[in-house]
Ligand binder design. Structure first.
Ligand SMILES: [Zn+2]
Length: 57
């Protein structure tokens, strides 16, 4: 069972990393490259955890 009442839930959006790998195409010196950088997770605000799936009442 996995109720939504569970507290201290690991963020599935960033796999509890607190940031999401973001691939961006960049052209450096006329050569196209793919730059991967960590972007702050907007779901857990970088904490890697979410306190439940529903907002507090
Ligand atoms: Zn997250």
């Amino acid at each position: 069972m996995n109720d939504d009442d569970e507290l201290d839930v690991l963020c599935v959006a960033c796999d509890s990393e607190g940031r999401v790998p973001q691939a961006t195409a960049a052209v450096l010196g006329g050569v196209a490259q793919t730059v991967v950088w960590g972007r702050g997770c907007r779901w857990c605000k970088g904490t890697g955890r979410r306190a439940g799936l529903h907002p507090p009442v």
